[in-house]
Ligand binder design. Structure first.
Ligand code: BGC
Ligand code: NOJ
Length: 811
């Protein structure tokens, strides 16, 4: 069953049934001010950091689900309704939600009144516009009351949900004209405030939650709205909110537009107060003035749309596969930008409290957005590298507000350093900005410790070779990419987190074949970079280690038909036919195949065939098989999940692309494509009931074949899946690969594709690439011309800036 449809022309997903199987959300903002918004107006906003600057309150895992948001109540006679259906759930004559690029619209019609809401964060603005358009579609005069509603969070989202003995006494607001200010703790240590305004005089307001709702009522029965009487309440402690009340009269056919602005401002400590000793509201007033007319708002919205045109214009494909094209051209690239902004911090599955920015996560995310916003990718690389330690190890996460490593989470994940090599080289290949490698970057944000960024790559590389285990394979540390394969943790205490409990790496023999494969791939990248920089000695040194790792994997990492996953603390095999459960894993087979380890000996092919036979299912490739059916103290969190879910044999969409790239290394375009399609969300739109989460973005996990409900997805939006799938489709299936010196064209496609077309902006030029496949091949470029001239190989050298080039490729 479907709950909506794609409108590719407008780049929107249109939801026409509000009872989606799970809230289907969108994101607003992409610089400092961010919002999450569901298809029924649920969600919240924050400034920069979802934990430390939460602006509005949201209750996760509530009953009913998705309670709290940006609500507009419309009262006509005794009826109250919401344009987004919730929270009152009054039946609407029509309902439509359009999630677009950085904006959402909600349109509801009730009793001849159409209410249309547009939510967006204008560029360079620390606030959200909520534009409400009311139209009388009936034949009589309409008298309506409109009540807006936001609930303030007391800034720190964690303590906001805990420390009620304090919280209930601190809340403070101010109301001036049509603007409601939230200024809790402004008197003492905070220099920031939030506000909610509307661009016309109001007929009442509320700022105290209980006065507005009544103590025993839910969001669906606000007393003030039901009685049509705002209380003009001023909150003193308890729970401050912001609600405006407006009386509106509409003639038949008449439309009215109201502009609400929800903003955040920071004052300099010297300018906290105005002359009379009140909150200095100048910044709010300035922002309000920027959006106080429909014309100004419409202009800002047009600017936002143009901005997205440009962001999405750098890579466009036309394959004729509608479901693929819309993912590549619109939604997959959009999701990459969202993961750039949020890493793993705030979604409907991540509370915004638990996680900062991940070291490995953010580096991988770079692969997906570097072609869209190279300048911001550059800044991100420097931020990430600044949290590294001099020995190459790293904090696993850092907080976006402070950009400092997160001590509570700590480090010790031995794959972490290598992702910096992948992220940085991807950036330099995209931009040609070799200068970034000379930029001074500190260790652990300690000034005085700066070394060139290039040296951070060297210590990353060396961290692996300085931490080899008994077989000469990389020691796993706390864990590798699979945070749940905890081989040095031995936790028997349910009160400790697998992620932060003691890491007993001392004396451990636990080695990872996933890191081994990753080391070979990223190590070759490092070697190539050294060569390119003329550091030939360093290149030779590194190459020696890479080649040795390849041999070690062949010798100690091969199980006969596939690559082992790891050795445990005591040196026993994991991911081997000798095991009873967990005989084969996706990660090591993916990475070692991407690295082409043992390709001549047939290992890569065998490994990928084993993946097909044992891990593949209707909905994608599961992580391991057979799943663990009991808790193994020596494996940790992985065996804590029920079979088929999450890291225990779930379809981890993030690592399916590793196998897909492996298949393209072998030239099996049909299989690569089959795998790609299975997890591509637009192909699951028709089974939305089962799939449950949004059909326009990737989810971290789809329940695997051993699960109770195979095919049910969870953890949508914030996942490295977005980047890996974009990287895979663009660089390996469509095969347009960035290099330091140009673009390599090396598609690997299903034989039935007759042709496809890509427009790719690269280093200030535009390449119009047409690939034809008359002989129904899967891989191998037969001829390639650039502006009509035959090239000697499939590498297009960098063209002069501003060029429009025509590339014709025949397979
Ligand atoms: C999840 C992992 C995640 C880790 C760290 C675990 O509970 O299963 O997917 O990487 O927590 O947040
Ligand atoms: C989610 C985490 O964010 C990521 O870092 C990790 O690699 C995967 N889960 C797999 O455990």
């Amino acid at each position: 069953m479907q709950y909506g449809f794609f409108d590719d022309e407008r780049r929107e997903y249109v939801i026409n049934n509000p009872r989606t199987p799970w809230p289907w959300i969108n994101y607003l903002g992409n610089e400092d001010f961010f919002g999450l918004i569901s298809n029924t107006a649920g969600g919240y906003a924050f400034y920069k950091d979802a934990k430390f600057r939460r602006l509005t309150r949201y209750r996760y895992n509530n009953v009913p689900t998705d309670s709290g948001g940006r609500y507009f109540y419309i009262r006509e006679g005794e009826t109250i309704w919401n344009p987004g259906w919730k929270p009152c759930k009054t039946e609407l004559e029509s309902y439509e939600c359009r999630h677009g690029m950085g904006y959402t619209t909600l349109t509801g019609v009730h009793n001849g009144v159409k209410a249309e809401l547009l939510f967006f964060v204008p560029l360079q603005t620390h606030g959200e516009v909520h534009k409400l358009t009311l139209t009388n579609q009936g034949s009589g005069v309409k008298r309506l009351q409109i009540f807006s509603f936001l609930e303030w969070a007391l800034w720190n989202a964690a303590t906001d949900m805990e420390n009620f003995q304090r919280n209930f006494s601190t809340g403070e607001v101010e109301v001036e004209g049509s603007v409601i200010y939230h200024k809790t703790e402004y008197r003492e240590r905070r220099n920031h405030y939030a506000f909610y305004s509307v661009n016309q005089p109001i007929d009442g307001f509320d700022t105290d939650r209980e006065s507005f709702f009544g103590l025993y009522n839910g969001f669906d029965e606000p007393q003030a709205v039901m009685e049509g009487k705002p209380r003009n309440s001023v909150a003193h402690g308890w729970s401050p909110i912001a609600s405006h009340c407006l009386e509106i009269e509409l003639e038949p056919g008449e439309s009215r537009e109201l502009i609400f602005l929800f903003g955040y401002a920071e004052n300099d400590p010297q300018e906290k107060w105005d002359n009379g000793g009140a909150l200095n509201k100048r910044k709010a007033q300035e922002m309000i003035a920027r959006f106080d007319s429909v014309e100004k708002v419409d202009n800002a919205f047009a600017v936002l749309r143009t901005y997205w045109d440009q962001l999405l214009g750098n890579f466009r494909v036309k394959t004729g596969e509608e479901k693929l094209d819309r993912m590549v051209n619109i939604w997959n690239q959009y999701q990459c930008m969202i993961t750039f902004c949020f890493s793993r911090s705030a979604s409907y599955f991540e509370s915004g409290i638990g996680r900062g920015m991940g070291f490995r996560d953010s580096n991988q995310d770079l692969l997906g957005f570097v072609h869209q916003i190279p300048e911001r990718a550059r800044e991100r690389i420097i931020d990430i590298a600044s949290t590294q330690f001099p020995d190459g190890s790293c904090y696993h996460q850092y907080q976006p507000l402070t950009k400092k490593g997160n001590n509570e989470i700590g480090g010790g994940f031995n794959d972490d350093p290598l992702w910096l090599i992948l992220g940085t080289t991807a950036y330099v290949k995209e931009t040609g900005d070799f200068a970034i490698l000379d930029q001074s970057v500190p260790f652990d944000n300690e000034s005085g410790t700066e070394v060139p960024l290039f040296d951070h790559l060297t210590v990353s590389f060396d961290h692996v070779i300085n931490h080899l285990g008994p077989h000469g394979l990389p020691l796993i540390g706390r864990a590798d990419w699979n945070d749940c394969l905890n081989l040095n943790c031995f936790s028997d205490d349910p009160n400790e987190s697998f992620q932060t409990t003691e890491n007993r790496s001392e004396g451990s023999q636990a080695e990872s074949l996933m890191i081994a494969g990753l080391f070979v791939v990223s190590g070759r990248d490092y070697v190539e970079l050294c060569n390119r920089l003329g550091k030939n000695e360093e290149a030779a040194r590194a190459l020696h280690h890479v080649n040795r790792m390849v041999e070690t994997v062949k010798q100690h990492g091969w199980d006969g038909e596939w690559f082992l996953r790891a050795y445990d603390y005591n040196g026993h095999k994991i991911g081997s036919k000798e095991n009873i459960e967990g005989q084969i894993f996706i990660e090591s087979n993916g990475w070692c195949s991407m690295a082409g380890i043992g390709q001549e000996e047939g290992m890569t092919e065998k490994a990928l065939d084993a993946v097909k036979e044992r891990l593949d299912c209707e909905h994608g490739i599961v992580l391991n098989n057979p799943p663990y059916t009991r808790y193994y103290i020596e494996y940790g969190e992985i065996s804590s999940y029920p079979p088929g879910y999450k890291e225990n044999a779930g379809i981890f969409c993030h690592n399916n692309p590793w196998v897909i790239i492996g298949e393209t290394v072998l030239g099996r375009g049909d299989r690569a494509w089959e795998y790609f399609r299975k997890i591509c969300p637009s192909y699951s739109e028709a089974i939305s009931d089962l799939h449950k989460v949004e059909p326009y973005v990737y989810a971290q996990m789809i329940a695997g074949k051993d699960a109770f409900r195979p095919g049910e997805a969870k953890n949508s939006w914030l996942t490295g899946t977005a980047a890996w799938n974009f990287y895979t489709i663009s660089q390996y299936i469509l095969g347009i690969r960035t290099t330091y010196d140009g673009l390599i064209i090396d598609p690997c496609i299903p034989p039935e594709w007759e042709h496809f077309h890509v427009t790719r902006k690269f280093r200030d030029s535009t390449y119009h690439i047409t690939v034809r496949n008359p002989e129904k091949k899967m891989k191998g470029v037969k001829a390639i011309t650039l502006n009509g001239k035959l090239l000697s190989d499939n590498m297009i050298p960098i063209q002069p800036p501003g060029s429009e080039c025509k590339v014709e490729v025949t397979l």
